[in-house]
Write a protein that binds this ligand. Structure first.
Ligand SMILES: *Cc1c(COP(=O)(O)O)cnc(C)c1O
Ligand code: SF4
Length: 343
């Protein structure tokens, strides 16, 4: 780690102290991830931007909320979000190895809610018993791999006991703490197929030899890996960066699954790129990349409208909003203009 970044990791106490308690997300980074930054100024480095808090996090647009995708509306049991017919999301743990400054699940991440309890699991299992339409479980948080293997697999097995769900483990560990993907973890997960691991890489510099080793450990056990990236202003909002990123992922056997438009989470407005720009970037990428390397550009509609591909959902563009069709057939507005914050 460069000395400059060491200082960066110790960041400005003033910035931390000034963070609004509503939008506040804890500060935390691994030594490994901080070592990938080349500058301690979050406005100048795509890695630093993802872990160093900025004063802009105090800012919320009138339409920004703490629960932008309506998780709460679809919470059917403690820590269980059942929004889509055949899939349900379990919030296993509120902690992360790195607190991504663009995190949209701030109402939960780092909230102090801690890990799932046995009584939560009992209620969740009862719900799942009664909802045979659920075929797939997403284990998320926070990062579920902040739990030790024994604890993680205890939760995994308790849920899997209900029936033979497809399990999707959502984790940023291969990116922020690749050594967490131990041979033991991969072997244990490989014994519990079918399971996918879904990761969160946003920038080509996050693809290192350590990352590749972590992914190959999963592959060796027969586990498939997909990536969800978030379109982030100043980090990856250009076709060149994303082209390099998606090519590198495919070479590592990781399928680029989604590229998400930023959710309307309070404290993240400075990261957002317009949907116009997102569409333009995707158009360029389609000319340059194979279908295998091309993710779906998707947006989670405000007010719990649901996740939709931008291309097929966009109905029209108004002066101040994009109008998109939700899966329920209704029209949803996603705001169009953002003030230019922080240059
Ligand atoms: C995104 C999400 C899913 C998974 O959706 P896919 O399109 O299958 O990736 C499931 N549940 C919730 C609550 C989600 O936000
Ligand atoms: S790892 Fe995921 S849940 Fe944790 S802070 Fe980053 S984006 Fe949020």
């Amino acid at each position: 780690m460069s000395p400059e970044v060491n200082q960066a990791a110790a960041i400005d106490d003033d910035v931390i102290a000034a963070l609004d308690p509503v939008t506040r997300l804890p500060y935390g980074v691994t030594r490994y991830y901080a070592s990938l930054a080349r500058d301690d100024d979050p406005s100048k480095d795509p890695i630093a931007a993802q872990f160093i808090p900025r004063a802009e996090e105090n800012f919320a647009e009138p339409y920004d909320t703490i629960d932008p995708i309506g998780d709460r509306m679809y919470t059917v049991a403690p820590r269980l979000v059942h929004h889509y017919h055949d899939r349900a999301l379990v919030l296993v743990n509120d902690r992360c190895a790195v607190y991504c400054r663009h995190c949209f699940r701030r109402h939960f991440t780092g909230s102090g809610d801690g890990r799932i309890t046995d009584s939560d699991l009992t209620v969740i299992r009862a719900y799942l018993e009664n909802h045979s339409e659920v075929q797939e479980l997403l284990l998320s948080g926070g990062d579920p791999l902040m739990l030790a293997d024994r604890e993680f697999f205890r939760v995994f097995d308790a849920l899997r006991e209900v029936r033979d769900f497809l399990m999707r483990v959502c984790t940023r560990m291969p990116v922020v703490l690749p050594s967490r993907i131990t041979e033991n973890f991969a072997r244990e997960l490989g014994r519990r197929m079918p399971a996918w691991v879904v990761i969160h890489v946003n920038h080509p510099r996050e693809i290192t030899s350590e990352f590749s080793l972590a992914i190959s450990r999963l592959h060796r056990e027969g586990i498939s890996v997909a990536n969800q990236a978030v379109l982030l202003r100043g980090v990856n909002d250009d076709a060149e960066t994303l082209e390099v990123l998606f090519r590198a992922l495919v070479r590592n056997g990781v399928r680029p699954y989604y590229l998400f438009q930023g959710d309307l989470a309070a404290g993240t407005a400075h990261f957002r790129t317009s949907i116009d720009r997102g569409i333009e970037i995707m158009r360029e990428l389609r000319l340059r990349l194979s279908g295998l390397a091309l993710p779906t550009y998707a947006v989670d509609l405000p007010d719990g409208g649901g996740k939709v591909p931008v291309d097929s959902a966009l109905i029209r563009t108004e002066t101040d909003a994009y109008i998109l069709r939700g899966p329920d057939g209704r029209e949803y507005r996603y705001p169009r203009e953002y003030p230019r914050l922080g240059g």
